[in-house]
Design a protein around this ligand. Structure first.
Ligand code: FUB
Length: 310
């Protein structure tokens, strides 16, 4: 009895929350998770794969939130293709960041006028939306995808994106305009590993950059070597590099030929979000968002972790 009481007390007093079963969303297919911590909750922004899809047929984005990483609330569809009057298709992998009480959702969509992928920005005063088109036009367009925003300690914001290249631009403090040109991050093998058998892509980098700063080091997590993808990362002394390849975060697993990373710290734990094809009927175009709890090694490196289903 004493042991049971002690175990219950440890569970109640534990400062670190447990983790929900994977996939964390089981009633719709979701992909491309972008977690955000705000006011004691975790918000996860996702795309939605349509049932039975045979391509990345995606028309809306969704948001889910949790205060304990176990119980998730579905906040519905706060933004979709119709939000962007100039967009015709491809509600693909986005990222949300908060600044001065406004939430900015950067997304890649197809520009109807040009037929190319462009980056749009939704904005809302609430993390659950609804979001409106901040500009009424693309923020930028170079036929590449997967935007991710990062605000450095000095207030300078950056937008990273790209497939097959890797780009950044300095965002102005309004978060919906930028200064300077679109800048390519050199895809060196020292920075992004060595790919063999594909002369047009000498490094492992594929898409989905996710940038953050931890203990003075800048981390970029990214999807490697389509198809199937796995997750790898690089680090740098500054937000624009130079980047050094650090290895694998999650190997190729899970029945989806893409994967897409997002990392947060929340309530004393570190969490890595990704997607796979684990739900019934799941696969490369019917994906599901999942999460693993992990601990950085003492030297700041990220351990390689496996996908779980519970
Ligand atoms: O979900 C559509 C595309 O697949 C995303 O933009 C990529 O990151 C990959 O997950």
């Amino acid at each position: 009895l004493l042991l049971g009481v002690c175990a219950a007390l440890v569970a109640v007093l534990s400062p670190e929350p447990a983790k929900a079963d994977n996939p964390i969303v089981q009633h719709v297919y979701t992909a491309d998770p972008a977690p955000l911590v705000h006011n004691g909750r975790v918000y996860v922004y996702t795309g939605r794969d349509e049932d039975g899809s045979t391509y990345f047929t995606m028309r809306e984005w969704r948001v889910f939130s949790s205060a304990d990483m176990v119980n998730w609330t579905d906040h519905g569809v706060p933004m979709n293709l119709a939000t962007f009057s100039w967009a015709s298709a491809d509600a693909w992998a986005g990222h949300v960041i908060e600044r001065n009480g406004q939430f900015y959702w950067y997304v890649p969509v197809k520009n109807r006028a040009t037929g190319r992928m462009a980056i749009g920005v939704g904005v809302s005063s609430s993390p659950t939306g609804p979001f409106r088109d901040a500009l009424g036009r693309p923020l930028l367009e170079n036929a590449e995808i997967d935007p991710h925003a990062f605000i450095d300690d000095n207030g300078q914001a950056y937008l990273y994106w790209g497939n097959p290249n890797l780009w950044y631009v300095r965002l102005n403090s309004d978060m919906i305009s930028y200064s300077g040109g679109l800048t390519q991050i050199p895809l060196t093998t020292a920075g992004f590993g060595t790919r063999t058998g594909n002369p047009s892509r000498p490094t492992l980098y594929e898409e989905g950059p996710w940038v953050y700063k931890r203990n003075g080091t800048y981390y970029m997590i990214w999807a490697a070597e389509c198809c199937g993808e796995y997750i790898a990362y690089s680090t740098a002394p500054g937000p624009t590099g130079p980047w050094t390849f650090r290895g694998t975060v999650m190997p190729r697993q899970g029945g989806s030929f893409t994967n897409h990373p997002g990392i947060i710290d929340f309530a004393g734990g570190s969490y890595f979000f990704y997607h796979n094809g684990a739900l019934p009927g799941g696969g490369g175009f019917t994906r599901s968002v999942a999460v693993e709890k992990f601990t950085y090694r003492a030297d700041g490196t990220i351990p390689s972790m496996n996908m779980t289903t519970a």
